[in-house]
Design a protein. Structure first.
Length: 154
């Protein structure tokens, strides 16, 4: 399973937001700077996450984005389904239009259990889990800047 850049940015941004105090709005440009991503592209992603009730957005000087729900209630699979759609769980690993248990491709019996395990893992891991690991100094995503961990004042 290869995630799109959109999914990766969404996950990274939400993990970063989960490390911040609850209810505090964070400017898009601040998140983009911390994650070293395009602020324009990130803004579109964050607006989409607002449409699916994961984030609240606020306009004005004190504006920005904050998590709408507790990080315990948001798992990685939810984020990926919002950004990728359900195709992530349904798409054939070899790209065939029709691939299922009744009409499997050559890789179906090998890939299906792996996909089920990946799906289980993504469903079990919440933003809070990953934010807690990040706060403890464990790097979860290779391209998180070192400044993120050091700025957490732990």
């Amino acid at each position: 399973m290869i995630l799109s850049r959109t999914s990766k940015y969404a996950i990274r941004a939400l993990i970063y937001m989960a490390t911040q105090p609850a209810g505090v709005a964070i400017l898009n440009r601040s998140i983009a700077k911390e994650l070293d991503v395009s602020p324009t592209y990130l803004a579109k992603i964050l607006q989409n996450l607002c449409k699916f009730d994961l984030l609240d957005s606020f306009r004005g000087n004190q504006g920005g984005f904050c998590l709408r729900k507790n990080g315990k209630k948001i798992n990685l699979l939810q984020i990926i389904i919002i950004t990728e759609g359900t195709r992530i769980q349904e798409e054939c690993v070899l790209g065939f239009k029709e691939c299922n248990n009744d009409k499997p491709c050559l890789m179906h019996e090998h890939w299906s259990p792996i996909l089920q395990e990946i799906t289980r893992l993504l469903r079990e891991k919440t933003l809070e889990d990953l934010a807690d690991e990040l706060k403890k100094g464990k790097k979860l995503i290779n391209d998180y800047p070192d400044s993120l961990v050091s700025n957490l004042n732990i």
